[in-house]
Design a protein around this ligand. Sequence first.
Ligand code: NAD
Length: 518
Amino acid sequence: MTTNIRHAASTELLPELTRLGEHDAIPYYGNLIGGKPRPAVDEAVMASTNPARPTQILGYVPASGAADIEAAVAAAHAAFPGWRDTPAPQRGQILARIAERLHAHRDGLGRLVSREMGKVYDEARGYDVRGAAALAEYMSGEGRRFTGVTSPSETPGRMGFTLREPIGVVGLITPWNLPVLTPGQKIIGAIMCGNTVVLKPAEDTPLTALLLAEIFQEAGVPDGVVNVVTGRGGEAGQALVAHPGVDMISFTGSTAAGRTIGGVAGSLLKRVSLELGGKNAIVVLDDADVQLAVDGAVWGGYASNGQRCTASSRIVVDRRVAAEFTDSFVARVRALRVGDPLIEGVQVGPLVNQAALDKVDSYTRIGLSQGAELLTGGRPVPDAAGGYYYQPTVLGNVAPTDRVAQEEIFGPTVSITVVDDEDEALQVANGTEYGLSMAVYTRDASRGLAWVHRMEAGMVYLNAPTIGAEVQFPFGGIKNTGNGHRETGPSVIEQFTEVKSVYLDYSGQLQRTGFTLD
Ligand code: NAD
């Protein structure tokens, strides 16, 4: 276990800009407000720990409250006019530099992600950090597009078109599971459109967020355009949502928190974008390439330890191929290597915290109590360092209405439901409150295309698992997964701008629109 560790504490890339000093001999960081580090107004702190060795505190950060949000919102307002008036192509150039800096820092940032939330290093570096860099590349080109609509006027001597304008100060609230990509994609989209932001990152990944913001500053983002306030959802998060100076909230997280946030923001008539939970299915039809489906289910179910909103947490398999699929899948899951995410060859790291470990284990018991069969896993992995490891778990014989088939577990647990035919498969696959991502495996392209239309999800895959979204396409879901917004791809512009319709009359006379066509 000591060989091939791809990390040495001395080479850790950690935030420097926001480092305030030490607290109990451990680095102590401030919020990033107006380009400067600031402790919490009441000096409260909270610790960021390593889920592979929970006694290791990586750093202390502010446990911020309403007064800190107030300061950050003021800084974002002060920076807004200058940033709004910076020509979009120039903002795009800064995004190109952000992409370049993110690529340059991939290793260090990736290591910090693994340390702080437990994701395997290759995924941290390869998907999380690289994804944010890819979106910055994509959005940098938007600086020279940022297009509106032109249409002919019905009135002579008149023309019309639309402009895209920023919304103002945007509050961003993010979870810990993609601690670079999710805050990164929100910041990149929002600032490309000329907004300034206040980010409240997840409690479990504040250092990654501070380092990310530092990299943005290094790329030339002016002071106050990106502000970061660390703290708890019920304190700093709620204060951000309720602040009258915040014009929009962009939230990614659980459906429960999304409902609360959507309610508060809605009552204040703020624009609010909600990207919430998922319960994504892989459907394996009777003519599927079963080994390909097994490959997809292992990757989709256990990448990032199943802690992805798009994780393939349900398998819906036709009875005719169920035995072949299940035998092979369970054998592959048993062989997954669990351990420290920075050790080469490890495929599954620790869960993010003790609460997550308890939740995953409780769902195993709930599944068994409702009649599921434990095919492998089902227990925490004992660890001398106290890491939050859980055995990759497969539950068989799961009924579509069982709680493990309906509720988001957010861990290394995949349920298998066997169905008799294609109609039942569709009904089961679509039969949850969520609609984020879904996949179907079939060798028949026509059948697959029919499924593309019938799957109730914002993202669908043919012969590939439910994870693997690319930044040039819209990301998001339907049903209780969100409120209709999409992140990444061209949708970013819609999410983070207001549309202004412009009419130019060069006729030199009053024209009564509406009468000209009579
Ligand atoms: P969470 O909802 O507990 O927390 C997310 C963020 O919201 C954190 O920063 C938290 O501090 C903050 N928060 C919580 N309650 C709040 C409140 N009342 N007011 C303001 N802020 C509040 O979610 P989590 O456990 O950190 O993340 C996992 C969840 O995120 C899963 O449900 C997962 O599916 C979802 N997720 C969705 C997507 C997507 O794009 N659809 C992507 C990643 C994760």
